[in-house]
Design a binder for this molecule. Structure first.
Ligand code: HEC
Ligand code: HEC
Length: 151
């Protein structure tokens, strides 16, 4: 009886361990594993199973948040001249990947208090329609930066 139970436990452990290694494989080589399941060719930060509607919605949001067109981040295939959305030829695309990760972390680490709105911070929060967010000196060039007086 005890031996049987131990055998069962061992089997469970094997299953758990192999699940864990599959999950790890996904994280480590999301691209390779994702290729099997994903309709997208080259996602490194967005979820592999993101639907076409969701992905296009996000991309349009990036356009609006930065005041750009798709080709700010995406390059055309030099031979056909057609847009190649999976190409990593433009450095802006990789920069945007860092920005997506940063924005996700900001929401998760600092704004995760409201179950109804998990996306307090978005690209638009900082960019406001500008490729580079405005600096304080852009809107108030002559203003000296002084500490507020203590009372
Ligand atoms: C601010 C930069 C930026 C803009 C603007 C942008 N994209 Fe993207 N796009 C990305 C990034 C970054 C990825 C890859 C995300 C990842 O690695 O998970 C991506 C991925 C994609 C993909 C998936 C390609 C694949 O199969 O791997 C498509 C399709 C796409 N974008 C279409 C568009 C379209 C259409 C527009 C304009 C409406 C657009 N993008 C505007 C940054 C941008
Ligand atoms: C917390 C503020 C903040 C958020 C949120 C943010 N950005 Fe940025 N982003 C910046 C700053 C600041 C710069 C300019 C950095 C510099 O001048 O070197 C920048 C620069 C960029 C650039 C490079 C601009 C160029 O010269 O082409 C891209 C692309 C970009 N952001 C995309 C995004 C996308 C996409 C999102 C949302 C997923 C996003 N950012 C969210 C602050 C932010």
């Amino acid at each position: 009886m005890i031996v049987k139970k131990l055998g069962f436990l061992a089997a469970v452990l094997v299953v758990v361990a192999s699940c864990a290694s599959v999950t790890k494989g996904k994280v480590d080589q999301g691209k390779e594993v994702g290729k099997v399941e994903s309709q997208w060719a080259n996602l490194k930060v967005l979820p592999q199973d993101i639907s076409e509607d969701e992905l296009k919605g996000l991309m349009r949001e990036y356009n609006a948040a930065l005041g750009v067109k798709c080709n700010h981040c995406h390059a055309a295939n030099p031979e056909t001249g057609k847009m190649d959305f999976s190409s990593d030829a433009k450095k802006e695309k990789d920069y945007a990947r860092h920005m997506i990760t940063m924005t996700n972390e900001l929401n998760k680490k600092h704004f995760d208090y409201d179950p109804a709105d998990k996306q307090k911070v978005s690209c638009f929060t900082c960019h406001q329609g500008n490729i580079k967010p405005k600096k304080f000196t852009d809107i108030a060039p002559a203003a000296p930066v002084t500490p507020s007086p203590s009372k």
